[in-house]
Design a protein around this ligand. Structure first.
Ligand code: SAH
Length: 464
């Protein structure tokens, strides 16, 4: 089976940097089901094409138990070595792993830039034919070119086979096009997959972030990907309905610094942390989860206080977690200290078992980063599913913005803020949340209160 990926973005050979594969070399890799070879049939300034060729070993497949397992002969004589299936996805993840996750050491900017790309797959067993290929790829903005194969060239009257080769074309990122191929190749092929365990749900949701929830055929895609396992499909769809399309690394550090600069004269960050700590102590919370922990400023303080036996930070941004881990000197921590802390990547608009079971959840300056249509998902994830006894939530009070001299009129404190609320708006929302989920709420100001505008930060303490 063969996949090629080509670009005309110049210099086209930069594709090699995006894939971490040198255009002038042929490389081979051992995989559990055979060998993969990577080479460039074309590599010039103007146009560059990489090929990922999989040489599947049918004997190894049978021994490994990944084959079809039916009649004795069929175990050895089948189309598995030749049609692109979940084996191809495994190869993409193993061999183009960094590119799949959108990273490039040498060309980080290019990795997040949309460039003209063309991905071809030879060939898939797609009983749904051209219609299914279009149904799956067109909503994602691809132009398609499809090639059919007759069942037998000698007997054209027998019609076409189920096999198709196809090309998808778009101006997009390497990350996106590989992700779509990774998830959708096994969806097209209805045979037994090389995987399918509970972990696949997480994998699917992770790779589906930002596009799967809004795909018109998402139920079909999820069902096929999870091989119609009813329980898993239900689990995935349930979580998808409250998906956020937040870009995991959307945190723009420069913007965060801007916000800090606006608020610094009031040492608001310090005062927020102080207020949150005192609320947590008053509530006698010992196990605390910090949602949208960012660079772990609150976590750092919680860890320094032995009243807190377990502290978990969640953030959607992997990068923020990396910074958090190095600020906390996680690597140098003693085993005992390390047992108290966990940093996990996750989205607050996904239902997530890992967020349950804590005495208190804190969510400091995070909700204003969520798109308003996602707020109801966030609300359910925290107040309906995670459901800690105490939730401490802070957000800017927009009424106070006129008092910041460095902030132009009408501007929010941070360019990534999707909204900033007045006190009435925050309190209105909080009361509705309480009514829906059986919490009560108390509002506390953070920072010096102005007679007219109130305090710069508003805090809601929700208790069950
Ligand atoms: N609580 C921290 C960081 C606030 S900045 C502090 O007070 O310093 C907002 C943080 O929320 C960022 O780190 C951002 O990555 C995170 N975030 C935004 N949307 C998120 C989501 N849907 N799920 C989890 N974290 C999210």
């Amino acid at each position: 089976m063969l996949l090629t990926l080509a670009t005309t973005h110049q210099p086209a050979t930069d594709l090699g940097f995006l894939l971490y594969k040198n255009p002038s070399a042929v490389q081979s890799f051992d995989l559990p089901f055979g060998k993969a070879h990577v080479f460039y049939p074309e590599a010039s300034q103007e146009s560059c094409r990489v090929a990922l060729l999989l040489d599947v070993d049918p004997v190894r497949l049978v021994r490994g138990g990944a084959g079809k397992g039916e009649g004795a002969l069929e175990q050895y004589v089948n189309d598995r070595p030749y049609v692109a299936s979940s084996f191809m996805s495994v190869a993409i993840a193993q061999i183009f792993g960094s590119a799949l996750s959108g990273k490039s050491r040498e060309r980080p900017e290019l990795a997040i830039t949309a460039i003209p790309l063309e991905l071809t797959i030879y060939c898939v067993d797609c009983a749904g034919g051209e219609g299914m290929l279009r149904r799956v790829f067109e909503p994602l903005g691809y132009e398609l070119e499809i090639r059919k194969y007759p069942l037998d060239e000698a007997f054209p009257e027998w019609g076409d086979s189920r096999y198709h080769s196809f090309t998808i074309r778009a101006v997009t990122t390497v990350h996106d096009i590989l992700t779509h191929a990774y998830v959708l190749i096994p969806v097209l092929d209805n045979e037994k997959h090389y995987w399918v365990g509970e972990d696949e749900v997480n994998k699917l949701l992770r790779h589906g972030e930002g596009w799967l929830a809004s795909h018109p055929d998402r139920s079909f895609i999820v069902e096929r990907y999870l091989q119609r396992k009813r329980k898993l499909t239900r689990l995935a769809l349930e979580r998808l309905t409250i998906e956020d399309d937040a870009d995991p690394d959307a945190t723009d550090e420069a913007h965060a610094q801007e916000e800090e600069a606006v608020e610094r004269p009031l040492s608001l960050n310090e005062r927020r942390i102080g207020s949150v700590m005192s609320v947590l102590k008053r509530q006698s919370a010992r196990r605390v989860i910090d949602l949208g922990c960012g660079e772990a400023r609150l976590i750092e303080r919680l860890l320094a206080d032995q009243d807190f036996s377990e502290v978990v930070g969640v953030d959607v941004s992997y990068r923020a977690l990396e910074v958090a881990s190095s600020r906390l000197r996680y690597e140098q921590m003693s085993d005992r200290q390390r047992q108290r802390i966990k940093l996990i990547q996750g989205s607050l608009t996904y239902r997530d078992k890992r967020m349950s079971g804590y005495d208190a959840a804190t969510c400091i300056e995070v909700i204003e980063h969520l798109d308003p249509p996602r707020l109801s998902a966030f609300e359910r994830v925290i107040f309906e599913f995670a459901r800690p006894k105490t939730v401490v939530l802070t957000t800017p009070n927009v009424e106070f913005n006129v008092k910041f001299e460095s902030l132009p009129a009408g501007r929010l404190r941070h360019r990534d803020h999707r909204f900033e609320w007045t006190r009435a708006e925050f309190q209105g929302w909080a009361r509705e949340v309480c009514a829906r989920h059986g919490y009560s709420v108390e509002f506390l100001p953070i920072g010096d209160e102005d007679a007219e505008c109130g305090a710069p930060t508003q805090m809601g303490v929700f208790t069950l």
